[in-house]
Structure formats: C-alpha cells, structure tokens
Design a protein around this ligand. Sequence first.
Ligand code: PLP
Length: 453
Amino acid sequence: MTVSVPSPLCAASTPSGQQPDTDGLSVWPASARSVPDGDVTVGGVSLAEVADRFGTPVYVLDEAEVRGRCRAYRAAFPEADVVYAAKAFLCRAVAHWAEEEGLGLDVCSAGELELAVTTGFPPERIVMHGNAKSPADLRAAVRLGVGRIVVDSASEIARLAAIVAPGERQSVMVRVVPGIAAGGHAAVRTGTEDQKFGLSITDGSAQHAIAKILGQPHLELVGLHCHIGSQISSARPYVAAVRRLVGLMARVREQHGVVLGQLDIGGGHAIAYRPGEESLDAAVLASRVHAELADGCARNALPVPRLTLEPGRAVIGPAGVAVYRVLSVKRTGGRTFVAVDGGMSDNPRPALYGVRYAPRLIGRRPTAGPAVVTVVGRHCEAGDVLADAVALPADVRPGDLLAVPAAGAYHLSMASAYNLVGRPPVIAVRDGSARVLVRRESLDDMRRRDVGI
Ligand code: PLP
C-alpha cells in the first residue's frame, strides 16, 4: 500500500514513504517545527504570533509546501498536464503559484474562472467542469478562451456550440462514468452509475454525447475525462478507469474513425489527516497509470493519449493549518467539550463526511497529561463537531490556541455564512514572514450585501 505524495520538501521520509512522527507533526507542512515553549512554527513563522497578529480563527498556508507539491506532481508526471483543482481552495496567490509552477487549473464556475484569468492565469491552461454549467459559466469560458470544457450532459452540447463564434472551434472532452466505486465517503464517489456526474458507458449516454459532439462543427472533441472520487489511497481504481476509457477510445475510433488524443483521469488523491493515515503516492500512481496506458493502447493499436490529472486536495490540503482560540471548556454528560471560535462555517467536512482531524494545543507548554475531549465549534448545531474523541492536555482552558493540520483543502472553499460569524483570513507564510492573502470577512461585508427591508 502507498503512502504520502512524494515532496522534495519531505526530506525525512522513511524508505516506505511514511513520515516518522517523533513530534506529532507528520501530517503538518514539512516546514513545521515544534518549539520548546509549546509553539509550532510553519514556514519559519510562529503560529501563536500569527494568531495574535491576525486574530482567530485564522488559516495559515505554507507557500513552499504548495509549490513543492506542485513540483512533485510535475516530476512524477513530466509528460502530462497537471491541473490544480481550484475547488479545493482558490485565491489569487494560489492561482499565481500554480501558474508559476507550470500547472493548469480546473475551474467549476465563472467566478473561479474570472478570478484566475484576472490574476494572469493563461486561459488555455484552464479546464472547465460542472455537471450543470450555467449559461454565464459557458459564456465566460468561451469569451475568455478556456483551453478545454468538459461536457457533462447532452443538453450542454448544443448550448455550448451556439455560443462559439463563427469560424471558431472550442475544444471539449466528455466526462464519462467508468462504473468504478472508489473514494473515502459515499458523497465523494463519482465513478459509479448512481450519482449526478458524467455520462454512462453502460447505458450508452457517453457514446451518444460523443456522436453529438462529433456532429457539431463548432466543437472539437479532444478526449475523454473521468473523475472517480476523492480520498482514494490506491492506484488500482485509476488503473481500472484507464482500462475502461481506453476501451471506449477504441470504440470511438471504430465507430467514427476518430482517434482521441487526450485522456483526463481527474483527481481524488488521498492525503493523511491524522498520523498513520494513508495517502496516495504520486510516483506509484504515475508508474501504474503509465503502464496500463501503454498496455491498453498497444492492445487496441491506439497511440498513447496525452494524460491530464487534476489533483486538488493533495496539492493544497497538507499546506494549510487552521488556528482557533478556545472559548470554553465544559464537562457535562460524562464528556469534555472544548469549544473554539470557529467551526462548521469554516470547516464543514466533519459534519458532511465524518472526517477526523488531529488538533494540537499550541502556544504554551501543557502542565497536565492527555485527556480525551471533543472539540466543537461555536455554531448553533449539535453536529458542529470539529474533532470527536481526541487527546488534548487535560489542562486545556479558555484562551488556549488549538491548531488543526491538513486544513488547506475544502475548508474555506466550502465555508458558509452560518450564524454570520464571518469567514477567517488566509495568511501565507514563507521564509519567516507572514502576509495576508485573503482578509477576514467583516460585519461590514455582511451588512453591505443585505440591501432590502
Ligand atoms: N477533478 C474533478 C472533476 C473533481 O470533481 C474534483 C473534486 O471534486 C477534483 C478534480 C479534485 O479532487 P481532489 O481534491 O480530491 O484531488
């Protein structure tokens, strides 16, 4: 079984790729260091100082970790297009880092697209997705010159073709359901027939969409796409997906005489949220996928298509740390609830998927041994639990700081306005200095949106 995306930053890997966990920082950014006074530094910056300077809750993003992960993917897949899935987390700086590191970008809306393009991201390196793209999404994609649009329904085909200017052609791929169950939770398994994404090979809707696109002079079908799920820790389902999609490419050639030049296998690579959890090794994935692609194409006498992959979580997740301040500690009903000043509005993942985290007391040295506690948020919802049954020092008290590692993906990008708490800021750390990437959402921001009585 495989562990950890190989990063040039993770110099302390064991031969198996698993990180030694001598100081409990194995799922933190590689730059994280514990300091004798109980603090932790990331990117050379004290998290306690970040909390004091910028307030809490606060999200810290290690720029070198993000860049290192981009580079590790490019090294593992030197001949593929590595496309960062912006849904994991996007802001101008992240778009800029991905661009500088040579990645493409996967966007799902006109909003993500406009932000990227106005930051200077080359539109030709952008892939647009979405099971229900709005007319505004499609118009923005065509207007801004997005490289590839992934068609996810038959009704989208004519709508898209009608937007393309006379004499122009838009490159598209078809999102195919390969019929493969993989992924860490039912809500993120997207390779099976019973969910909303993609077009089925089994019932022929993928083949129908392919024929329809080939009949549209304004659209150029460049390849097939699939995304089978998220938090997948083994290369095996990707190999199975490649086999099915190459089989479909062979049928497209037989039926239409068209050889498709691109194959996009989506993202979904698992990361470890707690020490000891598995992650997907990009180098192992690369060798297994390339082997299957070479074999499958040779079997079907097809040229090997250009590969695209779309990691989101594995690029940004391990680079983020959320820092909260403890507001209350309550012992009731035989449990100890440690309530912090954020919660499901900045991190809905535990409530959505039952994900488990490993929070850590930072900023002071504990004076007591560990106790089992439940870390909860401040929201008016009993399910607002950030980390159930975790060990924290028994002397944890109001005013303490708790840091949650592996917080870079699908926290703030899924954040809500619940209870009008306001979304936390994002602070980049690098070489001992910190800077604001996204400011805290203020009461004034919320007031300004609310324009009627
Ligand atoms: N590509 C597509 C089409 C997706 O839907 C997603 C996630 O939902 C991703 C890529 C990124 O997945 P992950 O962040 O798990 O790598």
